[in-house]
Design a protein around this ligand. Structure first.
Ligand SMILES: Nc1ncnc2c1ncn2[C@@H]1O[C@H](COP(=O)(O)OP(=O)(O)OP(=O)(O)O)[C@@H](O)[C@H]1O
Ligand SMILES: [Mg+2]
Length: 389
């Protein structure tokens, strides 16, 4: 089963391209689900068909689903939230404000991705296409379980045992309600499920496509997302440049735009060297409905396979060199002075600007020391040597 995600700045055409790609693969005979985690219902609007919170067939083999984030939220988060609300209540926070406080920004969308896990596991689909919300922040949040791995493995079970044994006493002493064991259970489940989603989306059958329009502000954001996606282990396997003005005909206004876009298109090519670059012209009207979208996708992918499994090894790999090893992490558009490295036992903390990833080192490297790091060919290369001291 193939999973393709579409991300990009607001309004560039993510839903259109996602729906078009799905329509095309369904037309090619693959059972396809296109789902959106965004609260706005634009996927359904683009397809010109109603979408429910369960997969709905809009044309043969093409299903659309608008994930009900609220419902997911209630299912996965309710218990944890109820506990937080009790704590905030004791702390004297007004209940209405507490409702707001007990919701982590972005949490709804992350939880919506749990639906992706459910759909991937059900075995119904050949292809799942995800229309992501306007920023790639959600995908970054999915790395949270990985970052909490150490805590979840070592600290959390201890806390859980202590609270279970001493809960009532602690409650009285601290004048705070202590979480019941079921709250711990809910946290543990959520952690494991989110970790699975991250695993699915960074796995060999998944890839992310960046949609952009040929404008410098849009390109700047697309470049940043490319870096961020690579840092968090997502494999970008192509770029769709949408809303390109056709060159022929037109007045000065059009000629001006064509010139400006050509310039940015050149920069797009440089920014994503080595990746397929698909183009989509600015149409004379909104591409709405399965037929128009299939046609659009046909032109975009031309002779290329929209589901080609990305080649190469993905953004992260470790190569053994005798007793040592070199860790390679793709970090396009990043210079060495923008990267910070720190070592914590068997974890390597890689920071790029405000983004930070905790990479769990493969077994065998945990006793090696970092001997050096450099940026080369768009990759961070960290050299490990056996610690002989
Ligand atoms: N190639 C195109 N030619 C003409 N119109 C287009 C093209 N691509 C997208 N549009 C139109 O542009 C608008 C925005 O597209 P779309 O909803 O796909 O963007 P989006 O990136 O999903 O937006 P959001 O960030 O709000 O989710 C829609 O009205 C869509 O029909
Ligand atoms: Mg959209």
């Amino acid at each position: 089963m193939r999973i393709v995600l579409f991300t990009g700045k607001g309004g560039v055409g993510k839903s259109t391209i996602a729906a078009g790609t799905a329509a095309l693969t369904a037309a090619g005979g693959r059972r396809t689900l296109v789902l959106s985690t965004d609260a706005a219902h634009s996927l359904a609007d683009a397809l010109g068909a109603p979408a429910g919170s369960e997969p709905t067939e809009v044309s043969p083999g093409l299903f659309v689903q608008q994930v009900d984030a609220q419902l997911r939220f209630e299912q996965s988060w309710a218990e944890i939230q109820a506990y937080l609300l009790r704590v905030l209540d004791v702390a004297g926070v007004d209940p209405v404000a507490a409702e707001e406080l007990a919701i982590i920004p972005g949490a709804e969308e992350v939880l919506a991705l749990l639906e992706l896990r459910a759909q991937a596991l059900c075995g119904e689909w050949d292809v799942i296409i995800v229309d992501c919300a306007p920023t790639a922040e959600t995908l970054r949040l999915l790395a949270l379980p990985e970052a909490l791995g150490w805590y979840m493995e070592r600290v959390f079970p201890v806390e859980r045992r202590i609270v279970k044994a001493l809960g009532p006493v602690l409650s009285r002493a601290a004048r705070m309600p202590m979480p019941e064991d079921s709250v711990f259970g809910a946290i543990e489940r959520l952690h494991a499920e989110l970790d699975e989603v991250h695993g699915l989306l960074t796995g060999p059958d998944a890839s992310v496509r960046v949609v952009l329009t040929p404008e410098s502000v849009v390109l700047a954001e697309a470049r940043r997302s490319y870096t961020m996606l690579s840092l968090f282990g997502y494999r970008v396997d192509g770029v769709v440049v949408n809303r390109i003005f056709p060159e022929d005909g037109g007045d000065d206004w059009r000629a001006g735009w064509v010139l400006a876009q050509t310039d940015v298109l050149g920069q797009v090519c440089e920014s994503f060297t080595g990746l397929p670059l698909w183009r989509s012209v600015y149409r004379t009207g909104e591409p709405i409905g399965v037929e128009a979208l299939t046609q659009l996708a046909r032109e975009v992918y031309a002779d290329s396979d929209p589901l080609a499994v990305p080649s190469g090894s993905g953004p992260f790999r470790v190569i053994r060199t005798g007793p040592g090893a070199v860790l390679h992490l793709a970090l396009p558009h990043v210079t060495r002075d923008q990267v910070d490295l720190a070592r914590h036992g068997d974890e390597l903390v890689v920071s790029v600007g405000s983004y930070r990833r905790l990479l769990t080192l493969p077994p065998g490297l945990s006793r090696h020391r970092v001997a050096g790091a450099r940026m080369a060919e768009g990759e961070l290369q960290v050299r490990f040597e056996e610690d002989t001291s």
